[in-house]
Design a protein around this ligand. Structure first.
Ligand SMILES: [Zn+2]
Ligand SMILES: [Zn+2]
Length: 127
């Protein structure tokens, strides 16, 4: 009961924010709604949701892992190391790469949120 309500609150929080949140930010949002939840319950629920594929976890160069709803369709990002700007990449750009890799390396790839680092057009001059 307690577990499922933590799961539910995490999914609602991520669904409303539509952005990447650290586990600490998620805990703070969930804690406001249900103060009785302790951090370890929230973090365990988060782990479970990641394992179930409902939530993605990524390193976006922010110093802490960030979480996001997987949603119906996967999505990916380019992250500029100069200005920190995040560009959304549609899955149809990445899906052919993933399926090639699965075929060529006999892998079942679970990564559903790919983050590529580099420099945006604006920052290339100064890089
Ligand atoms: Zn994302
Ligand atoms: Zn940039």
């Amino acid at each position: 009961m307690r577990n499922s309500s933590a799961d539910q609150l995490i999914l609602e929080t991520l669904g409303k924010q539509k952005s990447h949140l650290t586990s600490h930010q998620i805990y703070e949002a969930v804690h406001l709604r249900l103060p009785a939840l302790n951090p370890s319950t929230v973090y365990r629920a988060l782990d479970r949701l990641v394992n179930q594929g409902k939530v993605t976890v990524s390193d976006m160069g922010l110093g802490a892992a960030v979480f996001e709803l997987t949603g119906e369709k996967p999505h990916h990002h380019l992250v500029c190391q100069g200005c920190g700007h995040i560009t959304l990449i549609a899955d149809d750009q990445i899906a052919p790469l993933i399926s090639n890799l699965e075929k060529n390396y006999h892998y079942k790839i679970k990564t559903n949120h790919l983050v590529l680092f580099g420099f945006c057009e604006k920052c290339q001059d100064t890089a």
